[in-house]
Ligand binder design. Structure first.
Ligand SMILES: [Zn+2]
Length: 68
């Protein structure tokens, strides 16, 4: 056991670490995982502007809350 998530990788990444679960491709990361990265708990391997990461996080968060 112990495939702890360490970093967020670029979208569609298929490297060994992503396959075993140590890294997560950007497009598969949850809002929670992206928040951990923005807060510095996960390494940022995405190469994307912070603005775009925040926008994606907001999008995922909005999708998980029923619109009203
Ligand atoms: Zn990867």
């Amino acid at each position: 056991m112990g495939n702890r998530l360490l970093a967020i990788d670029p979208p569609k990444c298929g490297c060994t670490e992503c396959i075993v679960g140590e890294y997560r491709p950007f497009d598969e990361a949850s809002a929670f995982e992206l928040t951990l990265m923005l807060d510095g708990f996960l390494a940022d391997h995405t190469g994307l502007p912070r603005q775009q990461i925040i926008a994606r996080t907001d999008q995922l968060t909005a999708g998980s809350i029923p619109a009203r």
